[in-house]
Design a protein around this ligand. Structure first.
Ligand SMILES: NC(=O)c1ccc[n+]([C@@H]2O[C@H](COP(=O)([O-])OP(=O)(O)OC[C@H]3O[C@@H](n4cnc5c(N)ncnc54)[C@H](O)[C@@H]3O)[C@@H](O)[C@H]2O)c1
Length: 476
């Protein structure tokens, strides 16, 4: 059950209250009451403030070479060793600190094979825990556990997941920690889009997560492109508002021609979004039997018979929340239709090679949810469909990989939209702060993660579910 919030906490979590809590008087009251104001997160295409440090453990130069592809010249981090500690006022030694605060600490663990080697890891992490700039980054890159046949490196690679999640929980000031597992065959070009995303403000609300980068041929131009979707057509369902509208805007910023799809009843706001980004609007209830055919026909009709979709983002989703004891047939069916079955039918039609369908080498992104991953009281129907999306991307990634198509999903946590505005106030306050960043995410945070996953430079990322939840306390 949700714990009761005292009035100051309530004040500090509303938007007006947050403004008060950020003021000097408000901050001191809030701090005395134990309610820290949420940190302003660094967002957008922004590199970390401060230097980027790189530690390499082992012979691999994967991360160093990837950073140099991104024109980043890293510095060496300070390592905490007993001899490097300064005596503190009380005679106890204190860990070393960086001369200036770091923007990011990137740790290449692809050569780490034994637990005895983790002492160096501790030594590098310890000074970083208080030595990062606001919205700083810790990024671990390690070989995926399955790539080892020996027991110790294999379980060590898995253990890094717990370390990463703990670092994420201990960091302050909007800083995040994430872990990327790679294959032995992963190249710097295949890894570059992920490292770039994690360093930039685009990943502001992705925290404590781990996912995998595999292998793919990624041209250098794709890695370096500032408009990766230039000339590519991307369809977004549920684009009239909320997360969908943010996705449409983000793809357009990155050069895409966006087909904005939503219910005929949302026609006006849909047209507004499409006009703002010079895309086209398609009024369509995605649950109609021929929705996929109609999307393809729209693409071929507007952009020519030879035109193909580069990507589709299945964002449209609904909730019909009731405890199972009260959940009727209609609410059950509606959620399964919109959140899952429509998506399956659309994919099938778009993948059959028809004009206006999905091109080989393209990308599909779906939206799961922390509710699906962790389960949530009153959301049995919703959780069923959102966990099924995880199953969908995992099952389809190897099949679609044969056509060079990637399929991934994001798992948003608490994102401030009309959908979450419908949650009763007290619950909303508790949900929005129950994560390591102590705040709700913005639609743009989800949009940026989707744009990263669908990026042609992310061809080596498929079958992944990336949670965008500020490391929500619920779920994995
Ligand atoms: N907001 C959150 O915190 C959150 C968290 C986890 C997952 N999600 C998921 O993110 C997605 C977007 O969520 P949101 O908060 O922006 O929701 P929203 O309700 O604000 O917007 C959803 C959009 O989808 C459209 N839509 C619904 N049914 C449709 C249909 N049959 N055909 C065409 N369009 C349809 C709606 O008209 C609306 O414009 C959903 O899949 C949702 O489940 C949201």
């Amino acid at each position: 059950m949700a714990r009761r919030l005292d009035p100051v906490e309530l004040l500090a979590t509303s938007s007006v209250g947050k403004a008060i809590a950020r003021s000097s008087v408000g901050r001191s009251v809030a701090t005395r009451m134990g309610v820290p104001p949420a940190d302003e997160l660094r967002r957008g295409i922004t590199r970390p403030v401060g230097k980027i440090a790189l530690t390499e453990m082992g012979e691999s130069d994967l991360v160093g070479a990837t950073l140099s592809l991104l024109d980043i010249d890293p510095v060496l981090p300070i390592i905490d060793t007993p001899s490097a500690r300064m005596p503190g006022e009380n005679g106890r030694s204190v860990p070393p600190v960086y001369e200036s605060r770091l923007g990011a600490l990137v740790i290449d663990l692809s050569g780490l094979r034994s637990f005895s080697g983790t002492e160096l890891l501790r030594g590098v992490l310890r000074p970083a825990m208080k030595g990062l700039e606001r919205s700083g980054r810790v990024i671990f890159v390690a070989r995926e556990p399955e790539s080892y046949t020996d027991l110790e490196p294999r379980i060590l690679a898995q253990g890094l997941d717990g370390l990463n999640r703990t670092v994420a929980k201990e960091l302050r000031g909007g800083a995040t920690s994430n872990l990327i597992w790679v294959k032995e065959s992963t190249t710097p070009q295949a890894l570059a889009s992920t490292l770039k995303f994690l360093l930039e403000g685009r990943s502001a609300y992705v925290d404590g997560q781990s996912w995998r980068v595999g292998e793919a041929e990624v041209p250098l131009e794709a890695v370096r492109s500032t408009h990766p979707y230039h000339g590519r057509i991307v369809a977004v369902t549920g684009a009239a508002r909320g997360i969908g509208a943010a996705i449409a805007h983000t793809f357009a910023r990155d050069g895409a021609i966006v087909v904005c799809i939503d219910m005929p009843t949302s026609g006006e706001s849909l047209a507004k979004v499409a006009n703002e980004i010079h895309g086209t609007a398609l009024q369509l209830d995605i649950t109609v039997a021929d929705a996929g055919e109609r999307i393809a026909a729209h693409v071929a009709g507007r952009y020519g018979e030879d035109a193909r979709l580069y990507g589709i983002v299945h964002n449209a989703g609904i909730t019909r929340d009731r405890m199972l004891a009260n959940l009727d047939e209609k609410a059950w069916a509606a959620v399964i239709e919109v959140n899952l079955m429509a998506q399956l039918r659309i994919n099938e039609a778009l993948l059959d090679g028809r004009p206006g369908g999905l091109a080989d080498g393209g990308s599909i992104v779906g939206i799961s949810s922390t509710s699906g991953i962790a389960g949530n009281k009153g959301q049995a129907n919703y959780a069923l469909t959102k966990a099924a999306i995880v199953g969908l991307v995992r099952a389809q990634a190897p099949v679609l990989g044969e056509r060079g198509i990637t399929i991934n999903a994001v798992g948003p946590g608490f994102i401030e939209t009309d959908m979450t505005n419908a949650i009763p106030y007290l619950q909303r306050v508790v949900f929005s702060r129950s994560n390591s960043l102590s705040q709700g995410g913005k639609p743009v945070d989800v949009a940026e993660t989707i744009a990263y996953l669908a990026d042609p430079a992310s061809a080596a990322v498929s079958g992944q579910v990336v949670r965008v939840c500020g490391q929500a306390l619920v779920g994995q």
